[in-house]
Design a protein around this ligand. Structure first.
Ligand SMILES: *[C@@H]1O[C@H](CO)[C@@H](O)[C@H](O)[C@H]1NC(C)=O
Ligand SMILES: *[C@@H]1O[C@H](CO)[C@@H](O)[C@H](O)[C@H]1NC(C)=O
Length: 368
């Protein structure tokens, strides 16, 4: 016979366990997923229209505004850490040029084919980079962002994941991460390849398989094909100008252009390793010489035919980036009618937007 008191304890224990289980299940199954809404809002470099790009402040604001994904660009430090910057030339978006202690690190080198002068992430340890502060890369356009210069540091990829996980709890929804590997072959040649590190960090943090709220993007090709072998996370082939050759392919003497990769045959090949494509907007709706939107191309249809999602770049609210009919007033830095441009691209059937002002798309999309 079971002792009464033990029975009570046992029941409590079982209730407790099932309670914990139920809570976990509820969180997992009820929480809105990063891919549940359409079209997907990918906050480009964070809410970079409002806070200088690739800072925790910029990612946090994007999440608060309702973005489904935050988009960090990734480069590597001398000691092999993965940090978020659009350029490995730190002079573009940090105060390194004002730091006398680093003056001697300035140099010129070739980065992915271009001659670049400045201070490079691969010449700095993470500790040194942590002593720098972020600055707005386009202060003449985004003066309000430049007012925050000096107040935010350079985040590591892990710190971005930590922020996302903390805010998922606050927001009660899953928030995805959409990193881009920058200058992949450059870092490979330096002996600082980032592909495996990024995958390891994702896997270690529980981002595993096609269902994980994660995409890894690159303008290069062979790094994505290699990633396909070591992870089931979804991959994104980015497309630069039609006439250009992906940098890693040009090193191999392969002359395939992005334009050729964007044909139905080219897209079928991309679909063998990627889940999505990230073309510039002009692949979807070209503009004419007078900066007016033309007719949509067959790109979305061709990509969808082989199962690829289409997420073009980059949507920005300032007049200077908008087609003529969506501009407002004469100041190129003022906000125009980004809503108008977004609607044209929703009508063209795209699946997601890389956007600097994510709240505009969240508002147009409505509740989901
Ligand atoms: C979280 O969101 C889901 C639906 O999206 C809802 O059912 C659930 O009650 C929410 N939980 C909390 C704690 O707000
Ligand atoms: C590209 O390479 C192919 C095969 O090597 C060659 O036949 C073709 O002429 C090249 N095209 C250009 C534009 O270099």
């Amino acid at each position: 016979m079971m002792d009464g008191r033990l029975f009570v304890i046992c029941v409590c224990f079982i209730l407790n366990v099932s309670n914990v289980y139920a809570t976990k299940q509820t969180t997992k199954s009820n929480r809105r997923g990063a891919d549940d809404c359409n079209p997907t809002v990918v906050a480009h470099r964070g809410a970079s229209g409002y806070v200088s790009e690739h800072t925790l402040g910029s990612y946090a604001l994007a999440i608060d505004m309702g973005a489904d994904y935050v988009e960090p660009d990734l480069v590597v430090t001398r000691d092999g850490y993965i940090i978020a910057r659009h350029e490995n030339q730190l002079g573009v978006s940090t105060d390194v040029a004002q730091r006398p202690e680093f003056a001697s690190r300035r140099r010129t080198q070739r980065v992915s084919g271009n001659l670049v002068n400045g201070w490079f992430s691969e010449d700095f340890t993470l500790a040194e980079i942590k002593s720098l502060r972020s600055t707005e890369p386009i202060p003449h356009i985004r003066k309000h962002n430049a007012r925050m210069d000096g107040s935010l540091d350079i985040p590591t990829f892990q710190e971005i994941i930590d922020l996302v996980k903390a805010l998922e709890t606050v927001k009660n929804r899953t928030i995805g991460i959409y990193p881009e590997l920058k200058y992949s072959s450059h870092f490979q040649r330096l002996g600082l390849p980032m592909e495996r590190k990024v995958v390891d960090i994702f896997h270690k943090n529980g981002y595993i398989g096609k269902g994980a709220p994660a995409f890894i993007q690159s303008f290069e090709v062979d790094n994505l094909k290699m990633l396909k072998k070591i992870t089931d996370l979804r991959l994104v082939q980015l497309f630069d100008e039609r006439s250009k050759i992906p940098y890693d392919q040009s090193l191999l003497g392969n002359n395939i252009t992005y334009g050729q990769m964007a044909t139905p045959n080219g897209l079928a090949n991309v679909a063998k390793y990627a889940s999505a494509v990230g073309p510039s907007k002009s692949y979807i709706i070209p503009r004419d010489l007078f900066n007016n939107l033309g007719q949509p191309t067959s790109f979305v249809r061709d990509a969808h035919a082989v199962g690829l999602l289409v997420t073009p770049w980059t949507f920005r609210a300032e007049n200077l980036y908008l087609p003529r009919r969506f501009q407002r007033g004469n100041n190129p830095n003022d906000f125009g009618n980004l809503e108008g441009e977004i609607r044209a691209f929703i009508n063209a059937g795209i699946d997601g937007f890389f956007i600097d002002h994510p709240e505009v798309l969240v508002r147009i999309r409505g509740p989901c």
